[in-house]
Structures are given as C-alpha cells and as structure tokens.
Design a protein around this ligand. Structure first.
Ligand code: ADP
Length: 479
C-alpha cells in the first residue's frame, strides 16, 4: 500500500498543478513542489494545518466544514475557494478532493488537486453584472420592451407595459399580442411580422394598441428578428408611447391651418383696399381725400391686425421653447389703454355696444404693447363670441388687497358663454370651447398668451362663464 502511494507521490511531484495529501484526520502530510512554489511556503510550513495560510481567510471555514462532511461520508468532493499565490494575490481555484482507500474500504489518505478557475469566475461575474445591468435597464425603461414568438405569443414584456397599457406583464405573457392590438391594425401587424421574419428590413412604424381601460394608445414600434442557427426564432422589439406626441403634431397642424386662415382675412382686406385705391386713381378720383383716407385707414387696421397676430405667434414660439417673454415695462396709463382698445373694438362692430367704466387715468409700470394685446384679445373674443350682438361692459377699479394696490379689469359679454367642461382648460394652448369649434374661427392661443403676459406682470386672469348667458373675464394687475 505504502509503496503504491509512494509511487503516486513521485508522479505528483512532477505535476504542474497543486497536489496534496492528507491523513484521515485531516492533517496534510504532503504538498507537491508546485503547491509550495505557488504559495511560497516551505515544506514544513505546508504540512499539518499550514494550508490555511495559503487560503483567503473568508474561505477557511467553508473548507473545514466541507472537509468534516466528507470525513463522515468518505465521499469525494469539490469546493471553490481563493488560493493565495507567493506574490500575495488570491485567485479562485476549484479543489477536487478524493479518498484513497485500503483494500478493506477504509480511507487511508485524501488526495487533493486544485485547478485555477479565476479567469472563468471573473468572466462569469462580469456576465452576471452586465446581465443584471441589462435587466435593470429593461425593467426601468419607460418604453415597452418585448419578445414575441413566431406565432405572435408574447413570451416576455417589461414592467413599462403597465404604465402604458395598464396590464401587468404576467397578464400578457403567454397570450397573443393581437389581443392588445387595435382590431383595425391587426392585419397590418401580421403583414409586418411576416416580412420581419422573412428577414426584410422594416423601419419603425406606428401602431395603435388598446389599453386595459379601452383607450387607444399609439406606439412607435422598432423590432428585429432573433435568429438561431440561421432560423428565425423570435421577434424582439421596443414600443414607445407616442400618443401625446402625435396628438400634439395634429394640434400643431390644425393650429397652423387656423393661423394661416386668420392671417388671410386681413391680407384679403389689404388687397381689396389697394385695388379700390387703384380704381379711384384710375378714375382720377384721388379727391375727395376722405375716401382715400378711409381706404388707407382700413389698410393700416388690417396691417395692425396681422402685426398683432404675428407678435402673438412669436410670443407663443418663445413660450413653447420655454423662454419667458421680455417685458418692456414703462409708465403706462391703463385707463387710456383700455379706452383706446374699446374704441377700436367698437369700430369693428355695428351691433355691439361697448361701455367702459374707468377712472380718468391709472398709471403703473407695465408692458403697454402686450397688455394692449391682452385687452384686444378679450374684447375681440367678447365681440366674436356674441354673434347676435349685445352689450359688452368693461370695468376698471383700483382695490387694495393685503396692503398692495391692484387694478382689476372686468370684460363682460352676453354671448355664447363657455361650456362647463371646457372652462377649467380654456387658458390652455389650443383649447377651444366645444360650442364654438367648427362654428367660429380661432386658433385657441389668445387666452394662453394673455395668461402668460398677465402672470409675468405678477397678475392673474380668471373667467366666470355660463354657456348661453355670457362670460366675464377678470384681470388683476399689481399696481
Ligand atoms: P380663439 O378665440 O382663437 O379660439 P382664445 O384662446 O382667445 O382662442 O380663446 C379660447 C377659447 O375660449 C375660444 O375658442 C372660446 O371657446 C373661448 N372663449 C374665449 N373668450 C370667450 C368669450 N368671450 N365667450 C365665449 N367663449 C370664449
């Protein structure tokens, strides 16, 4: 027996890998030259319990526990631990420890070998980290990330689907994707899937899904097929909720149409007046001058209207880009400004009566041009949205609130009023009353711009309105 082990040890001496043997009680009685060279420990230091000096302190207990278990069962085992090299660095090893038995089956010795698996462990750890990071990205993405099987079964989908569609991932996985596609978009989706699977490049496309609560949600889909051994096996994709963006694009489109429509009216008037003037000239009728003056006044008024609309558009562009307006505050007589605005509004209509109740003068530091635009807007709306004519009242008062002087301007009409459902949103961009949309022209930007101007002056603008009875807009500006 002894001679056999002796011959084996001669073999172990030559192995370029750590080898050791231990007695049945666990004390090491041999460590091969490679073991000693690797750890830098001498022959004496390697024996007995010396191995513990060549192992990471955190791993010693696990090795001892595993050894005690094996000593009871007499079975071979494997264990991974960090082995310290002569230079003090630790590298992961896997040790394989097996019993050498006497003929009677009793364990005579244990023999252990160790294999350096540090590179593999490192690669696995890196993979685990990158997989965890990938999962983290997918789990926290705001876009839906999904995998479909070839038959359209959803095999995986991330939590974003709940935010977008209201379904939890587990409610969708294993079901058909068609269940959440709007019925009128299913055919098209099937077609795209077929083309994708056939390997055709399909660029991102819009698709309507149906949320749990029945809402239609437009998503932009970007997907590609997954191929294994040349065969398509699945479709991986990302679906981004673009409903809000698409709605905004539609609104902007409508807005642009409305604005160009609004600009055409004064332009047509300018052209009409110019042609009228030309006819007068042709007929040598530059006299009497009042006719000429009338035509020129009309041209000027139209140009002013266009100027106002373009200024509004410019302000709106600034607001959209998140830039505040640059107010040009200067001493301004608000009472005079209001009277002038009311006079102009009165000149534009024959069947409204505009009355102003205001003090003789009311001085403050304001941006006169922009406040004039606000007033033109309110008065213009009062006229426009009282198609049957009627009274329009403008009141101007000075009040004191919490020790601060305010000027409060009211513009009251007896027109169509604003439906209660629209009232809370009427100062929002592009919002128009349901009772006027499609009946009376407008872009839905005047009030939004007015609110911005008033708020930048430190003031407020509010409305009280009853549909069918009329509206009162109230402006409060700090003095
Ligand atoms: P526009 O008049 O171009 O639509 P505004 O922003 O000035 O845009 O007004 C937004 C909406 O508010 C209007 O479309 C209309 O529905 C409602 N509105 C504003 N003023 C009045 C008013 N005096 N009477 C009734 N509705 C009004």
């Amino acid at each position: 027996m002894r001679t056999e082990i002796g011959r084996d040890l001669a073999l172990a001496d030559a192995l370029q890998q750590p080898v050791w043997t231990a007695r049945p009680d666990g004390t090491v009685d041999y460590a091969n030259p490679f073991w000693r060279a690797y750890t830098g420990l001498s022959w004496e230091a390697s024996l007995g319990g010396g191995w513990a000096n060549a192992v990471h302190p955190d791993d010693v207990a696990a090795i001892e526990t595993r050894w005690r278990e094996a000593a009871c069962t007499g079975e071979a085992y494997e264990i991974e631990y960090r082995f310290r090299g002569a230079d003090g660095t630790y590298r992961w090893h896997i040790a394989r420890v097996a019993p050498i038995r006497e003929t009677d089956g009793m364990v005579a010795r244990w023999v252990g070998t160790a294999l350096d698996i540090d590179d593999r462990r490192r690669a696995e750890a890196a993979l685990r980290t990158s997989e965890a990071r990938y999962r983290d990205v997918v789990d926290n993405a705001t876009d839906i990330v999904y995998t479909l099987l070839l038959d359209g079964t959803i095999s995986a989908v991330n939590p974003a689907v709940e935010r977008v569609l209201g379904y939890r991932p587990d409610e969708l996985v294993s079901g058909s994707v068609e269940a959440i596609i709007a019925p009128d978009h299913r055919e098209r989706t099937r077609d795209v899937l077929q083309r994708k699977l056939a390997g055709e490049e399909v660029s991102a496309y819009d698709l309507d899904l149906v949320a749990k609560d029945g809402r239609r949600v437009t998503v932009e889909v970007n997907s590609r097929r997954a191929v294994v051994d040349g065969q398509p096996v699945a479709i991986h994709g990302i679906a981004r909720d673009v409903s809000a963006r698409r709605a905004l694009e539609r609104e902007q489109q409508e807005f642009l149409e409305a604005v160009s429509h609004d600009l055409k009216n004064p332009l047509t008037a300018v052209r009409g007046q110019a042609q009228h003037l030309r006819r007068l000239l042709h007929r040598g009728l530059v006299d009497p001058p009042d006719k000429l003056t009338q035509a020129l006044d009309a041209i000027e008024a139209s140009a002013t209207r266009m100027r106002v609309q373009l200024d509004e558009l410019q302000d709106l562009a600034r607001l959209r880009a998140g830039h505040p307006l640059e107010l040009q505050a200067a001493p301004t007589d608000l009472a005079a400004l209001i009277r002038a605005a009311a006079e102009d509004a009165q000149a534009s209509t024959g069947h409204h009566r505009i009355r102003v109740e205001a003090p003789a003068a009311l001085w403050g530091r304001w941006d006169a041009l922009r406040l004039r635009r606000v007033l033109d807007n309110l008065l213009g709306n009062a006229v426009k949205y009282s198609p049957g004519g009627g009274r329009i009242g403008v009141t101007v008062e000075e009040v004191s609130r919490e020790g601060i002087g305010w000027v409060v301007v009211g513009v009251r009409d007896e027109g169509l009023g604003i439906p209660a459902v629209d009232l809370p949103h009427i100062f929002e961009r592009y919002r128009r009353g349901g009772n006027v949309t499609g009946r009376i022209g407008g872009a839905g930007i005047g009030l939004a711009g007015s609110r911005q101007v008033v708020e930048q002056h430190g003031g407020t603008i509010t409305v009280v309105s009853v549909e069918g009875q009329g509206s009162t807009f109230t402006l409060a500006l700090p003095l």
